[in-house]
Write a protein that binds this ligand. Structure first.
Ligand code: NAD
Ligand code: GLY
Length: 387
């Protein structure tokens, strides 16, 4: 398939999103096309796992652009998206005397992308940023739209910026090495994005997931690349329209709708100390809970709830949750950073492709508790049925 290029215009800058098989090897051309002045230094921030797989290709490609290509690696894991590692990342740039026209390249999944993005956006009040996402979640979601973050002990993504990358380079070939569990997590984020987008993207996503169950080589097909492109185009359209996720917008095109499933997901991650779920897996459960809540508030009909459950089920197995106490989840919901004046704002669904932002007080404690219990159990019921 031909390389796809999407332009994402925002107030701060025009980001160029490139999608194609093997395109990491062309990164140098993408850099020279998108930076007026050739960077003197390029700093690749990655983790050990991903750098071992793709670092060499990237450094070789970038060396034709700048004589000074340095790299700095963080350990692998969500817990390293921390203040301590952020400080070290900034020191890496400072110690090597990076200047305003120099560039950070983030090579990895969402953890590397969020941390490297925050580093590039704050060092010298902002230097060049290129995202090279290598997980499915990062390719369809986190590398696009400029959210950067680290976690604090009080919660996930509590410190961050909006900072658009100059270039995003999505090399779909890197998915070949992605562990199965990370694919499940990425599929969950795809389902989430398609549920708030439109029926067409939802149907395309479900069809691909069904195809993947029959033939795992589906990931290397033009159809899959087209699906990734469609997801990126949808996300870009939302970001272009509401870059900074305005708190006062409640319409179905506001950036807040992308948080569908995330209220419960973040609570689940918090009560399990960020060690039990991959982020996308938690979003899988979060969607099931949001689906139940939408149904219990008479927004979503039974058929659409069943489609949502089927789509989450197609993503693959999710970690067990029987040991997690619903009361603890409800307590953790209070830390949701999307709360406005202490009120949780749920992203729910009227129907597939029609998200709705609903104030938490419209749901009684009883309905909330039942929705969480049923949502968490839905995944298991479904698995039992399909066996
Ligand atoms: P991750 O970055 O931890 O990557 C998942 C695992 O896959 C890691 O072990 C990583 O080393 C490995 N990996 C990545 N690419 C690989 C490849 N091609 N081959 C082999 N292994 C590979 O997790 P993630 O799911 O990519 O991202 C989750 C993070 O993204 C969370 O911190 C979440 O908060 C954040 N996020 C941010 C946004 C945003 O808009 N900025 C959106 C969604 C999620
Ligand atoms: N992943 C949600 C957002 O980028 O807004």
């Amino acid at each position: 398939m031909q390389r796809q290029v999407i332009s994402l215009p925002t107030e701060s800058r025009q980001s160029e999103i490139n999608i194609g098989y093997g395109i990491r090897r062309d990164l140098s051309q993408l850099v020279s096309r998108n930076f007026k002045q050739a960077p003197r230094r390029i700093g690749v921030i990655s983790n050990k796992t991903v750098f071992k797989l793709y670092g060499k290709d990237l450094i070789t490609a970038l060396k034709s652009q700048s004589r000074d290509v340095l790299h700095w690696l963080i350990p692998d894991g969500e817990r390293f998206k921390s203040f301590r590692i952020f400080e070290k990342a900034v020191s890496f740039l400072a110690d090597n005397r990076f200047e305003r026209n120099d560039v950070v390249v983030a090579l990895g999944g969402g953890v590397v992308g969020d941390l490297a993005g925050l580093t590039a956006s704050t060092y010298l009040r902002g230097i060049g940023l290129v995202q090279v996402p290598t997980s499915l979640l990062a390719q369809i979601d986190s590398s696009i739209g400029g959210k950067t973050a680290i976690n604090l002990s009080s919660g996930k993504n509590m410190l961050g910026t909006f900072y658009q990358p100059h270039v995003v380079c999505i090399d779909t070939q890197t998915l070949d090495s992605l562990p199965a569990r990370e694919l499940v997590a990425g599929f969950c984020e795809m389902v989430k994005q398609s549920l708030v987008a439109n029926q067409k993207l939802f149907d395309q996503t479900v069809a691909l997931l069904k195809q993947f169950q029959l033939d795992q080589k589906t990931l290397a097909t033009p159809d899959f690349e087209r699906l990734i492109t469609a997801h990126c185009m949808f996300k870009a359209s939302i970001v272009a329209n509401d870059e900074r996720e305005s708190a006062d917008r409640t319409d179905s095109k506001s950036r807040r709708i992308l948080n569908f499933g995330h209220t419960t997901a973040h609570a689940l991650e918090k009560v399990t100390n960020y060690r039990w779920f991959r982020h996308g897996e938690a979003v899988g459960y979060g969607m099931l809970v949001a689906g139940e809540l939408s149904k219990n508030l008479d927004l979503l009909d039974a058929a659409d709830l069943e489609s949502l459950r089927e789509a989450v089920n197609l993503c693959g197995s999710l970690p067990r949750v029987e040991h997690i106490d619903v009361t603890e989840i409800i307590d953790a919901l209070k830390f949701d950073k999307k709360s406005v004046q202490g009120q949780i704002n749920w992203v729910l669904l009227d129907k597939v492709g029609s998200p709705k932002i609903v104030e938490g007080r419209l749901s009684s404690k009883r309905i909330l508790r039942r929705s969480i219990s049923d949502g968490l159990r839905a995944s298991w019921r479904q698995k039992e049925r399909s066996h």
